[in-house]
Design a protein around this ligand. Sequence first.
Ligand SMILES: [Zn+2]
Length: 67
Amino acid sequence: MTDAPFRTRIVRCPTCGGEAVYALGNPCRPFCSPRCKNNDFGAWASEAYGVEAKPSEDDDPDADAIT
Ligand SMILES: [Zn+2]
């Protein structure tokens, strides 16, 4: 059972991992903000250069527990 309206869903922002509103009103979806949308392009470019050695501190396991 979900109380979320069909037109508005909360998804995980691919850039910052925070909540992003996935709705027509959010032109940046599935990102939470234009900033994150731009950041994603930057990350993609970095991966294209093969930069992947560092473990991400953003990957906090506790974050998934908070729902
Ligand atoms: Zn974000």
